[in-house]
Design a protein around this ligand. Structure first.
Ligand SMILES: [Zn+2]
Length: 329
C-alpha cells in the first residue's frame, strides 16, 4: 500500500480514557478497548500510519524494566510534572519475554491500515533507569540496545512495517553522540521495517548534526512553535533551511502543539505551519516526498482526550487541504 503525499501519523501516546487500568505495560480488556477506539478514531480522520495510543503504560520506561524483571524505585517526578517509577538495573539485562510485541499484534489485528510499533531507545532507557550493575556507560547502553534489538527483531518478524524507537533523552547527553548512534545502530541493523526516531526536547542546535547520521529512515521532530515563529525569528528553521534535514532523512514535522491548556489550532494556523515547513524543508520535489506530518509529540501531555482528538482532526483537514493545493499546481 503506497502512502499519499505528506503522510500523516501519530507520535505515540493519547490521553487515557477514564476506564483504563494500567498494569505496567500488560494488555488487559480496558487497554484493548482504548486501543481499538483510538484506532477507529484515527481511521475516521484518515491518518495514514496509526499508533495505539499507549494506554497500557504511564511512561516510556517502566514497562521495559518490569518486563525484564528489574526492581522498581519509588515514584520520580518527570520534567513535565508527571510521576513514574524508575527501574533499577541490578543484573545483566536480558529480554525474558516480549515487551511491546503483544500490544503491537493486538493493535494491528484491529485495522487494515499500518500500525507503528513503538519502542524506547537504549540511551533513554539508560538515562531513565538507575544502574547498579554495569561498570561503564558504554556497557549499559549496549546492554539496553541488545535487549531492544531483540524486541525490534520480534516486531520485524511479526510483520511490523514501521518501528519507532523513541529517544527523547538524546538532548540530555548530546556529548555522547557516538554512543547514542551506536545504540540505535545495534537496534536497527538489518531490520526490514522502516525505522523512525522521535526527538522532542533538549537543545536542538546541539543535536542537529547528529540527526543526519542516525541509522534510521525517519527523524520525527517537534517543530510547531518554531513554525509559529516563522523563518525570520526561528534559529532552528534558519538552520534547517540552510541544510535541509530532508537531504539526509525522511522527516516527520510536528505541526500541532500538544502541551496542556493550548487551545485547538485553527485550520488556517495549521495550513500556514505546513507551508512554512515546506518552505524550509522542501526545496525540491524529492524533498517534498520525504516529509511526513504529525503532532509535536504524543498527546499524553494534552491530558484532555476531546482536545487531543480535535487537534488531530484539524491537522488532518489541513494536510488534505495542502495536498489538494499542491496537486492542482
Ligand atoms: Zn516527544
Amino acid at each position: 500500500m503506497s502512502l499519499p503525499l505528506l503522510p500523516m501519523t501519530g507520535v505515540g501516546s493519547n490521553p487515557k480514557p477514564h476506564y483504563v487500568i494500567v498494569e505496567n505495560g500488560r494488555l488487559n480488556e480496558t487497554s484493548k478497548r482504548a486501543i481499538s477506539d483510538y484506532l477507529k478514531f484515527q481511521e475516521s480522520v484518515s491518518i495514514d500510519v496509526l499508533v495505539d495510543g499507549e494506554p497500557y503504560v504511564l511512561d516510556m520506561a517502566t514497562d521495559f524494566a518490569v518486563a525484564l524483571g528489574l526492581p522498581l524505585e519509588d515514584w520520580t517526578r518527570s520534567y513535565d510534572n508527571r510521576f513514574w517509577r524508575k527501574g533499577i538495573v541490578d543484573r545483566q539485562l536480558q529480554r525474558a519475554e516480549p515487551i511491546r510485541l503483544k500490544q503491537f499484534e493486538y493493535a494491528q489485528s484491529q485495522t487494515h491500515k499500518p500500525v507503528k510499533a513503538m519502542l524506547t531507545g537504549p540511551t533513554t532507557l539508560s538515562n531513565w533507569n538507575f544502574n547498579n550493575h554495569y561498570k561503564t556507560r558504554e556497557e549499559l547502553v549496549v546492554a539496553w540496545a541488545n535487549v531492544i534489538r531483540q524486541e525490534a527483531l520480534a516486531l520485524d518478524n511479526t510483520g511490523a512495517r514501521y518501528i519507532q524507537i523513541d529517544e527523547p533523552a538524546i538532548g540530555e547527553r548530546h556529548w555522547e553522540k557516538e554512543l547514542f548512534i551506536e545504540g540505535l545502530r545495534i537496534v536497527t541493523n538489518g531490520l526490514k521495517a522502516y525505522t523512525i526516531t522521535h526527538i522532542c526536547y533538549g537543545d536542538f542546535p546541539l543535536v542537529f548534526q547528529n540527526l543526519k547520521n542516525l541509522p534510521v529512515n525517519q527523524i520525527d521532530i517537534e517543530l510547531s512553535s518554531d513554525l509559529e515563529l516563522g523563518l525570520e525569528r526561528s534559529d532552528i528553521l534558519r538552520m534547517l533551511k540552510e541544510d535541509p534535514l530532508t537531504k539526509y532523512k525522511d522527516v516527520a514535522v510536528g505541526v500541532i502543539d500538544i502541551k496542556a491548556n493550548i487551545p485547538v489550532e485553527s485550520l488556517d494556523t495549521v495550513v500556514r505551519r505546513i507551508y512554512t515547513a515546506l518552505e524550509v524543508l522542501a526545496p525540491d520535489d524529492g524533498a517534498l516526498r520525504r516529509i511526513w506530518i504529525d503532532a509535536d509529540c504524543g498527546f499524553r501531555a494534552t491530558k484532555d482526550s476531546y482536545i487531543a482528538e480535535e487537534k488531530l482532526r484539524v491537522m488532518a483537514k489541513a494536510v488534505k487541504k495542502v495536498r489538494k493545493d499542491l496537486e492542482s499546481r
